[in-house]
Ligand binder design. Sequence first.
Ligand code: F6R
Length: 609
Amino acid sequence: MCGIVGIISNEPAAAQAIEALKRLEYRGYDSSGVASLSSDGRIERLRAEGKLKNLAAKLNANPLFGHIAIGHTRWATHGRPTEDNAHPHATERVAVVHNGIIENFRELRAEFEKDGVKFSSETDTEAVLHLVDRALQKSGDPTKAIAEVLPRLKGAFALGFVFSGHDNLLIGARQGAPLAVGHGEGEMYLGSDALALAPFTDTVTYLEEGDWVVLSREGVTIHDRTNTIVKRAKQKSGAGAFLVDKGNHRHFMAKEIAEQPEVVGRTLAHYIDMNAGRVHLPVTLPFDWNKLTRITITACGTASYAGHVAKYWFEQIARLPVEVDVASEFRYREAPLLDSGLAIFISQSGETADTLAGLRYAKAQGQFILSVVNVPTSSIARESDVVIPTLAGPEIGVASTKAFTCQLTALACLALAAGRARGTLSEADEQALVSDLVAVPALMVEALKSEAHIEHVAHDMAKAKDVLYLGRGTSYPLALEGALKLKEISYIHAEAYAAGELKHGPIALIDEDLPVIVIAPHDPLYEKTVSNMQEVAARGGRIILISDREGLHEAGLKTLAGIELPKMNPRFAPIVYSVPVQLLAYHAAVALGKDVDQPRNLAKSVTVE
Ligand code: F6R
C-alpha cells in the first residue's frame, strides 16, 4: 500500500516526482525514493527512510537533473522500513516502483537465488526487478521484457519502470491497484491517483484491471492483459480544483474538523431539494426499495462505524433490516445473500482492498451495488451500480473526520429516501426530518465553538493510559469511532462499549484513573445511559459527559466534566456529536506531541488486505 508516480518531462523530473509524492503520502510514509536518468543514460536513485521531507532534503543536497523519473512513498508490507527496502529498486538496466503485494515472490526469489542472484532488499518488489532485468538481458527490449514478465506476477499491484538509456520511455502496469495516466503538453505522467498528478495535468486516463501502458513524450499505448492494444477514455479529473494545504491550521486534521459544517452542507445540498424540503437523489436507483428485504453494509474502520449508525436509520426510518460487517470478515465468511438484495459499501478512498473484495463478492452473489465514496473516480465507485458521492473534498489527515460526517449525511438522506419509497415515512415527517438535517451544519458550527473547553478536557485526559467510551443507540457506534480516533492518533489505549454492556464485564476496569467518556444526547435512551453512568460514578470513574444542556443538568453528578452541545433532533446527533469526539482525540494527541496527520504505522488508503 504505497504511492507511485512516473514522469517524462522537459525539466528535472525528480523534483516534480517529489511534488507529486507529497500528495500520495496519505498512502504511506515509512520511506520514499526517486530514480532518474543521468545525462549519459545511467539510472541514478535517491532513497530515504521516514517521511518524504527526508528525501526532499537529500534531493536538495544532490539534485538529479534527468527529465524522466519514477518515485515512491512506502507503507511497509514486506521488509522493515529501511533505506535498503525503500523503492525504487534498481539494477543497472531497470528501476521499478511498486504498490501492492506480489504474492508469489517467495517462489520467484527462490528461482533467482538458485541461480546465484543476490537480493539487496527484503521486499517482494525485488523479484519483479530481477525478472525484468533477466528478460532485458535476453532481448534488450523493455516493452517485450514487461510483456513477458507481467503474466508471471500474482497478486494485486501497480508498477512503474524506467530503463537505462531510454529517456523517453516509461512503462506502467495495473492489476488490483489503481493507476492513472496523466496527459500533459509534451509531457506524460503516471500516478496512483489523479490527485498526485494535479500539479501537472487534470486530463487523465484510468487504467483498467490487467492493463499495462507504454508512455513517451509523444503519447501512450495501452495494452490489456492479452497484450491487445486498447483505447481507454481520457477524462477531466477535477483534482486540480482542490487546494491541498492546511490553511491557517496547524494540522490537516484540524482543518478538516473545522471545515465540516461546509462540506456536510455541500453534501446535503447534493441530496436535498431545499425548496421542497425533501430528499432528492440526483441518481436513478437500479433497484426498488419496496422489493428489498435486507441491506448488507460493508466497510472498514471509521467507514464501518458510519455503516453502524446508518443501520439504526434504515431500520427505524425505513423498517428495513440491515446487516453490517467489516469488509475483512465479510469477504471471507461466505455470507448467503438473498437474490437481488442491496449491498452498500462505504469508503472514503474507494480503494480499500477488503472493501473492494467484499464488493466483488456481493456482485457475484447478484446484489445491487451501491457505494458511498469520497473519491468518485476510485475503483469502488467504478465497480458500483450506483454511486452516492460524499462531497468532503480530499481528506489528507490519516484519521478520517470530515469524510465520516459526510458519509453519515449521505446515508441519512438515503435512509429518508428509503422511508418515503417504502411508505414508512409520511411526507410531513420527511419534511420535518429534512429540516432537522438541514440544521446540522449550523449546529456543527456551534459545536466547534466549544473547542477551547474541549482542549482543556483533552489535556487532562491525555494523562491517562486507558480511556473508555460509552454510548447507546447511534451513540454506540460514535463511541467506537471516538475510541478508534483516540487510539490511532494519541496512541492512548481506548475501548468503546454499548453502555448497557458495561456490567457484563468492562465495569471491572473502572477506577479513579480511568476517564470514561459518555456520549448521551438527551434522547429517549438518555435515562438508561445515565443509569450506567451512575454505576461508573459509584466506582470512582472520571466521567466526561457529552450531552446538551438538559442532559448535563439532569445527570446531576458532581465529578463530571461536561461538554455541552446545542439541542437538536437526536436522530442526527451522531453527525454533530462527531465534532467533540474528534476534537478530544485531536487535542489529546497534540498535547502528547504526536504526529497527528501521519500517525505511526498507518496509511490513509489501505490497498492491501
Ligand atoms: C480511521 C480511518 C480508517 C478508515 C479505513 C477505511 O480514522 O480513517 O479506519 O476509515 O481504513 O478507509 P476507507 O474509508 O478509505 O475505505
